[in-house]
Design a protein around this ligand. Structure first.
Ligand code: AHN
Ligand code: ZN
Length: 329
C-alpha cells in the first residue's frame, strides 16, 4: 500500500516535469533567436539607396580645396564647409575646437566636427572618419616633404559619411546617429600615439557630457579601386559582435566580395582610442592587408592618393553596407 502511493507520487512528478519541459520547448520554438523583448523593437525601415556618385562629388570637393593640413588656412576653410554640409543635411552640429601638440612639439588647431541625428534617442550608432590629410608624402619617392591630396586617406570616409547624412535627412533611421569627423589623425610619425590626436582628444573630452553610443564604425581609406576590407585586429578584440553584424549586413546588401571573412593584424587608428578611452565598441573598416608590400595600397602616403584612384564601386559597397547596418537597428 505504502509502496504503491510512493510509485503514484513519483509518476505524477514525472508527468509534471515532462509537461514543463514540453511547454518550454514550444515557447522557444515560437520565438526563434529572440534575445530582446518584442515591444522594444520598431518595424524595420527599408534601407535607402546610397548614391555613390554623390559621395564621389563630396570627395572631389574636398580634394579641390587642396591638402587639409592642420595649421594651414585650408584647415579652417574645410572645417567650415564640413559643418555647413552637415547643417544643410539637417544634423545638429557641434564643432569641438582645441589645440593639440604634434610629434615635433608644434601646436596646431584641432576641429572635430559632429553631426547628430535624433539627438534625443537613447539607442545610438556613431560613425567616424578623419577629415584631415597628411602634411607629408613620406612614402613617395619625390616631393616627400609636400602634403598629399588625400582623396582616399581622409577624403573617402568623409565622402561616404556626408552621403549617409544626406540619406538620414530624407529617411530617418530608428536609431540616433552621430557622424563624428576627427581632425589631426594623420600628423603622426613612427610612434603610434603621435597619430589620432583629434580622436584621442574627443575620447577624453566628449562633445556632450557622458556621451555614449551602442556601437561605432570608423571608415578609413574606403574609396580605392579594387579595395577589399578585412577584419582588423582591434575591431575583433574590442567589438567582435559588431564585426559580425557589419559583415552580415554586407552579405545582405550584396557586397560580400568586398568584405571577406579574413582576419588581419591590429592597426593603430581612431577606433583604438574610441574603444580604449571612450569605451564605445567600435570597428574599423579599412583597406589593409599585411601580406601585401604596402599594406594600405601602393598610393598610401604618396602623391598618387588623388581622384584617379577613387572608385564609385568601392564607395557604393561601403556606403550601402553601413546604411544596411544602421537601418536594420
Ligand atoms: C599607422 O600607420 C600607425 N596607423 C594608420 C593610421 C592611418 C594613417 N590611417 C590613415 N592614415
Ligand atoms: Zn594616412
Amino acid at each position: 500500500m505504502r509502496d504503491n502511493s510512493l510509485q503514484i507520487l513519483f509518476l505524477a512528478l514525472l508527468i509534471i516535469v515532462a509537461g514543463c519541459q514540453t511547454s518550454t520547448d514550444s515557447e522557444q520554438a515560437n520565438q526563434p533567436n529572440q534575445t530582446k523583448a518584442p515591444e522594444a523593437s520598431k518595424p524595420k525601415i527599408p534601407t535607402p539607396t546610397f548614391n555613390a556618385d554623390s559621395a564621389y562629388l563630396y570627395i572631389e570637393k574636398q580634394v579641390a580645396m587642396g591638402p587639409r593640413v592642420p595649421g594651414t588656412p585650408t584647415q579652417k576653410v574645410a572645417a567650415d564647409w564640413l559643418a555647413s554640409k552637415l547643417r544643410e543635411f539637417g544634423a545638429e552640429v557641434t564643432v569641438q575646437e582645441s589645440t593639440v601638440t604634434v610629434y615635433d612639439g608644434t601646436k596646431v588647431p584641432m576641429y572635430n566636427i559632429i553631426g547628430a541625428y535624433k539627438p534625443e534617442a537613447k539607442k545610438r550608432v556613431a560613425l567616424f572618419a578623419h577629415w584631415d590629410t597628411r602634411p607629408f608624402a613620406d612614402m613617395d619617392t619625390e616631393r616627400k616633404d609636400e602634403p598629399i591630396l588625400g582623396a582616399n586617406d581622409g577624403g573617402s570616409g568623409v565622402g561616404v559619411l556626408l552621403e549617409i547624412a544626406r540619406q538620414l535627412q530624407k529617411t530617418p533611421a530608428n536609431v540616433g546617429v552621430d557622424i563624428i569627423l576627427f581632425d589631426v589623425e594623420d600628423y603622426g610619425v613612427q610612434l603610434a600615439e603621435t597619430y589620432c590626436l583629434g580622436s584621442q582628444y574627443w575620447a577624453q573630452n566628449p562633445h556632450k557630457a557622458g556621451y555614449k553610443a551602442n556601437f561605432g564604425i570608423l571608415l578609413d581609406m574606403v574609396g580605392a579601386k579594387g579595395a577589399t576590407f578585412n577584419q582588423e585586429g582591434y575591431s575583433l578584440l574590442y567589438a567582435k559582435n559588431i564585426v559580425k553584424k557589419v559583415w552580415k549586413a554586407a552579405n545582405r546588401a550584396g557586397y560580400s566580395s568586398y568584405f571577406p571573412y579574413r582576419k588581419v593584424s591590429t592597426i593603430t587608428d581612431d577606433h583604438l582610442f574610441v574603444n580604449k578611452i571612450a569605451r564605445i565598441p567600435t570597428i574599423d573598416i579599412i583597406q589593409f592587408d599585411e601580406t601585401t608590400e604596402r599594406g594600405f595600397g601602393d598610393f598610401w602616403h604618396t602623391h598618387d592618393d588623388n581622384m584617379d584612384i577613387i572608385s564609385t564601386k568601392t564607395l557604393k559597397a561601403v556606403g550601402q553596407t553601413v546604411m544596411e547596418t544602421i537601418y536594420s537597428e
